[in-house]
Design a binder for this molecule. Structure first.
Ligand code: FPP
Length: 243
């Protein structure tokens, strides 16, 4: 029976998603890899609605990693074009559900038409409060942390910051989206047990939900199942049960 998200007592405020298995989904059907990505883009669209319905405030998807630049140029090109096409569809969804779009990663490394299309959607949805959709693009967590270290070092050098006062909060404040709370739930599709350089700092206390389902088959129902699994977990942050 499918899960009713309204029956769940604990909903994570922020859910992060590693969308894996598009290529294998396509391969199983004898289709080119890009067809898997296209179907995967439809899963993202479905989850925008589902997350809002369930009351998840932040939904972050790992759409393109810094490592993904090593893929064949034809696939990179296909993904960038798909991103532009998808944004045309997503924007309708974002407005219909009053969701704000944000981007996390090396924005300047993206092709100009992608940046222009993204900026338009970012600006058009900037006034929505309450629900946020974050797309990680050209994102790598180690680079993000190294960049934070650089900024902190600059502040120390200029005398703005006392090295003795640097703590976890200082690092968090210098990451790409310092105002966004850490994800409480990480979902990874297609059964891989890796973090793949995704939000290493922010996921320190997150619950992990790994499913064998390929990303293009991961829709509302599967998302609600993941939320149900989270609902049943006992989160202690290193403390003792009941405290
Ligand atoms: C992993 O599948 C998926 C990606 C590298 C890209 C994710 C992109 C999308 C879901 C489509 C577009 C997204 C947006 C936001 C428009 P894979 O190719 O690594 O699959 P495999 O491991 O089976 O080869």
């Amino acid at each position: 029976m499918s899960v009713d998200p309204n029956s769940l007592t604990r909903i994570p405020k922020h859910v992060a998603l590693i969308m894996d298995g598009n290529g294998r989904w396509a391969q199983e059907r004898g289709l080119p890899r890009i067809e898997g990505h296209k179907e995967g883009a439809q899963s993202v669209r479905a989850l925008l609605r589902a997350a809002k319905q369930a009351g998840v405030e932040y939904l972050t998807v790992y759409a393109f990693s810094t490592e993904n630049w090593k893929r064949p140029p034809q696939e990179i090109d296909g993904l960038m074009k798909l991103l532009i096409d998808s944004l045309n569809q997503y924007e309708e969804e974002l407005h219909a559900n009053q969701i704000r779009l944000r981007v996390m990663g090396q924005f300047e490394r993206l092709p100009l038409p992608v940046r222009i299309r993204l900026q338009k959607a970012i600006d058009a949805t900037a006034h929505y409060e309450g629900h946020t959709f974050i797309v990680a693009l050209s994102y790598g967590s180690r680079t993000e942390i190294a960049d934070a270290a650089k900024q902190i070092a600059e502040k120390v050098k200029s005398g703005e910051l006392d090295p003795g006062k640097i703590d976890e909060q200082t690092v968090s404040e210098h990451l790409y989206l310092p105002d966004v709370p850490d994800p409480e739930l990480l979902i990874r599709t297609s059964g891989e047990l890796r973090l793949s350089n995704f939000m290493l700092w922010q996921l320190s206390y997150a619950e992990f939900y790994i499913t064998d389902t390929f990303w293009p088959d991961f829709r509302e129902e599967q998302f609600f199942e993941a939320l149900e699994a989270f609902n049943g977990r006992d989160r202690r942050y290193g403390g003792v049960k009941g405290e």
